[in-house]
Design a protein around this ligand. Structure first.
Ligand code: HEC
Ligand code: HEC
Length: 287
């Protein structure tokens, strides 16, 4: 299937910033159905140095784990306290129209925030607020937030569970990856990188199930809408740096610079289907 995504049953209307800010009691956003990613096998706890087996028998040369550069500390990183998820839940009401009540946006043009780490959300909101990350909608949304609000909202979304989409298992027709499926191209890169082009394995920082790392603020990617991941990778490939001055972090600019369009599409769809196999056992309803 071609880039299938979960399209919400409720069409989320693109609100103007002003209208969205007034939305104190937003309509309950439709919960993203917990779809199972058919194309993504539960990521095994494979070490970064193990290349993922490819369908065609091809082997990917694994890159050694890169030294994980810490994310630049925010210039004015002095939050009053760590985030309070309860306070954050109330504050996140203004975000529900686009990102979903629990951070699982049903409209793929808005990134999922559910399960994202507090520090990462706080950092991005700080960047929007200070104009270091440019987006017309989000600079408006972040304008009124205090550093503590950003922390609280981050803590709230961090406690929510990210749903996952379905990865694209269309077969590539031509080129060096002919006969492989899109998600397999992404899987190989995600797990093994591509040494020849200095592309590191994504799991070194974002983890085998795409959960990221809350400490150094490596964002969770698993389940993210493919279109958003494509846009972010294209931005980084084009030389975009996250943050400016003291807050600048060019880790992803380096990672993405040698990715092809096909790589990006494969990665984005693999990531959309990526999730930890943590489905709870279901009690039998009858004998
Ligand atoms: C009108 C729609 C809309 C509303 C309302 C909205 N956002 Fe966003 N948000 C977006 C869009 C669009 C993006 C993607 C921006 C980009 O591509 O850079 C985004 C991106 C983000 C990101 C970056 C995610 C990432 O993975 O880097 C965060 C964090 C975020 N929003 C938080 C919030 C919070 C908190 C609120 C409420 C206070 C909110 N948003 C309200 C549309 C919205
Ligand atoms: C050395 C660590 C490292 C490696 C390796 C790495 N990343 Fe990242 N990635 C980061 C950091 C740090 C950020 C957040 C930058 C910031 O603070 O804005 C990030 C951000 C991202 C984002 C943006 C997420 C969002 O919500 O907006 C995407 C997408 C992404 N990485 C994909 C990848 C892919 C795909 C690969 C493998 C090809 C990869 N990364 C390899 C550290 C890494």
């Amino acid at each position: 299937m071609k880039f299938s995504r979960i399209l919400g049953v409720a069409a989320v209307v693109l609100l103007t910033t002003a209208a969205a800010r007034q939305a104190t009691a937003p309509a309950p956003a439709a919960q993203a159905p917990a779809a199972t990613a058919t194309a993504s096998p539960p990521a095994a706890s494979q070490p970064a140095t193990t290349a993922a087996p490819m369908a065609g028998g091809a082997q990917v040369t694994a890159m050694p784990e890169p030294v994980t550069a810490p994310v630049a500390a925010l210039a004015d990183a002095k939050p009053a306290t760590f985030g309070d998820p309860k306070a954050g839940q109330a504050k996140a009401g203004a975000c529900a129209a686009c990102h979903g009540l629990d951070g699982n946006s049903t409209d793929p043009q808005y990134p999922r925030l559910a399960g994202q780490h507090e520090r990462y959300i706080w950092r991005q909101l700080h960047l929007f607020h200070s104009g270091q990350r440019q987006n017309a909608i989000m600079s408006g949304m972040a304008a009124a937030l205090s550093e503590q609000d950003m922390r609280d909202i981050g803590a709230y979304f961090a406690t929510q569970h990210a749903g996952a989409g379905v990865a694209d298992d269309t077969v590539i027709k031509t080129g060096p990856n002919a006969d492989k499926k899109f998600y397999q191209v992404g899987e190989a890169l995600f797990r093994g990188g591509r040494a020849a082009d200095k592309v590191p394995a994504c799991l070194a920082c974002h983890g085998p199930t795409g959960r990221g790392n809350p400490g150094p603020s490596y964002p969770a990617l698993g389940g993210q809408h493919a279109g958003y991941t494509v846009a972010r990778l294209q931005y980084f490939r084009g030389g975009g740096v996250s943050g400016t001055g003291k807050d600048a972090n060019n880790v992803m600019t380096e990672v993405a610079k040698n990715l092809s369009d096909e790589d990006i599409q494969g990665l984005a769809t693999y990531v959309e289907g990526l999730h930890a196999a943590t489905a709870p056992a279901v009690a039998a309803k009858s004998n």
